[in-house]
Design a protein around this ligand. Structure first.
Ligand code: BES
Ligand code: MN
Ligand code: ZN
Length: 498
């Protein structure tokens, strides 16, 4: 799949394709590069100044091939000074270079491994792979004509062994790609049954335990909320349960719980027509969970991880659930439906109860849950709600490390009263104000006091416009943070047990 990544110990001058030249401030070639022919450096630096690349991260320009190098073209990218640059800078510069190479029609990209102060070479290689793959992602399955070339091969020229970084970089980027692909699939082609089928295939492929609950099994289980959300569609709901078990040394047990509404019309509380097509992406949380589980066997983390995805299509037909309905959730708590468009929290209510029953020490749910969260934080980042400070701090650390924006939001107790219902234990909405917080408080009712994190990814899951790390459409937001978070959680659990 995708871009092949290799290493080479050949001198840069001898490599064909699009060769990246990292530029540091004042327009100089990065000091780590050495040329046998000293005049090359001068030629490049003069050209770089001519096209206005001064060394700032984000800058980039294509230079024509030059005498003395086998390259088809040079790609000058700003990388900041060697002492200041970070992995985030490397990831960004890699994205800039990859885009320029693709635009120029190049399919083979060469990156010299650049030093980053205090960071291992393997991590730099990882960032190069990630930036390259994410930036050049496209979802063109249903186009008759591929519009542009892509990077077939990335060569990293390194003295040291960076295979581990390449391996992890590929693994993580492929996880993001997988989540984006699923999320971009339209509602007519990706329904709950198909989604569960894909989960099953993935489980066979990478080696995960897998159980799928169809309507009959959900009825037997008593998952009244999932059934209610799905009952207005002929495409019946599913609950997917994947388990990753490490071969040895379990340090902890975590559940990742995802909302997967394969299309959210709002149900009888119908959404406005404008922009409704974007609601094919209302399964981004579930897609992220599947993507992370898919990557886990290769990561070999010493954690038992349960991936629980509640999938349904929210449509209004003659059998649809209604405002005013009272549902009996898997937990036994009853919920009065105020809005059928607040369906995500209903799915998650049952999925969280199911997760609690797996005996995990930490619940993490991921969901495109509220427009309000996107209004509060914008499209840039997701809201994080937590009942456990340690887990929250590690999650925010993970997000900062991988360069995804996540921001803590409060679980204010006073708001809990707004979820009281006259005729049931809870109602599923509490009005317009603080809707992201109220949704989170609703979910908390189904966590049975377990340490819990809730990621509301409604804003960043979908990009209205293309950006540095991908085109318009699904972003795969959350996948990289969750993978890093699980590593940190395993590390912390390890230190606690020791
Ligand atoms: N899937 C939506 C949330 C959403 C909105 C995701 C925009 C991505 C972009 C969710 O099911 C929903 O409809 N939420 C309602 C909740 C309301 C009825 C309390 C919302 O945000 O309006
Ligand atoms: Mn909805
Ligand atoms: Zn929804």
């Amino acid at each position: 799949m995708g871009t092949e990544v290799v290493t080479s110990s050949e001198p840069l001058e001898r490599l064909a394709g699009s060769v990246v030249i990292p530029i540091v401030p004042e327009g100089a070639v990065d000091g780590s590069l050495s040329f046998r022919n000293a005049s090359l450096r001068n030629w490049i630096e003069r050209s770089v100044r001519a096209v206005g690349v001064t060394g700032r991260v984000g800058q980039g320009a294509v230079l024509p091939p030059c005498e003395g190098m086998a390259a088809d073209r040079l790609i000058a990218v700003g990388l900041g000074g060697a002492a200041q640059r970070t992995l985030t800078d490397v990831r960004r510069a890699a994205a800039v270079a990859a885009k320029l190479a693709v635009e120029a029609g190049g399919q083979s990209l060469v990156w010299p491994l650049v030093p980053v102060a205090g960071v291992r070479d393997t991590s730099v290689a990882h960032a190069l792979v990630e930036g390259t793959v994410l930036a050049t992602y496209r979802f063109h399955r249903y186009r008759s004509v591929e519009s542009a070339a892509r990077i077939e091969r990335l060569t990293i020229t390194a003295g040291a062994d960076v295979e581990a970084g390449i391996h992890s970089g590929r693994l993580v980027s492929e996880a993001v790609t997988f989540a984006r692909d699923l999320t971009n699939e339209p509602g007519n082609l990706l329904n709950p049954e198909r989604l569960s089928g894909i989960a099953w295939e993935v489980a066979q492929e990478v080696g995960l335990e897998c159980a799928i609950y169809d309507r009959a099994l959900l009825e037997e289980l008593g998952a009244g909320a999932i059934l209610a959300v799905g009952q207005g569609s002929v495409r019946e709901p599913r609950l997917v349960h994947l388990i990753y078990r490490p071969k040895e040394g379990v340090r902890g047990r975590v559940a990742l719980v995802g909302k997967a509404v394969t299309f959210d019309s709002g149900g009888l509380s119908l959404k406005p027509a404008e922009g409704m097509e974007r609601m094919k992406g209302d399964m981004a949380g579930g897609a992220a969970v599947l993507a992370v589980l898919r990557a886990l066997p290769a990561l070999e983390l010493p954690l038992e991880v349960h991936g629980i995805v509640a999938a349904a299509e929210n449509l209004p037909d003659g059998n649809a659930f209604r405002p005013g309905d009272i549902l009996c959730t898997l937990s036994g708590k009853t919920v009065e439906v105020i809005s059928t468009d607040a369906e995500g929290r209903l799915l998650l209510a049952d999925a969280l109860t199911f997760a609690v029953r797996q005996g995990v020490e930490l619940l993490v749910d991921v969901a495109t849950l509220t427009g309000a969260c996107a209004v509060a934080l914008g499209r840039g980042g997701s809201g994080v709600f937590a009942s456990d400070e340690r887990a929250r701090d590690l999650l925010l650390q993970a997000a900062a490390e991988v360069g995804e924006r996540m921001w803590p939001l409060p679980l204010w107790e006073e708001y809990r009263d707004q979820l009281r219902s006259e005729h049931a234990d809870l109602k599923n909405t509490a009005g317009r104000w603080g809707a992201a917080i109220n949704a989170a408080l609703f979910l908390r009712e189904f966590t049975e006091g377990r340490p819990w994190l809730h990621l509301d990814i409604a804003g960043p899951a979908w990009a209205e416009q293309g950006g540095l790390f991908g085109p318009a459409g699904a972003t795969g937001h959350g996948v990289r943070t969750l993978i890093r978070f699980l590593e940190l959680w395993a590390g912390w659990r390890g230190s606690e047990l020791a």
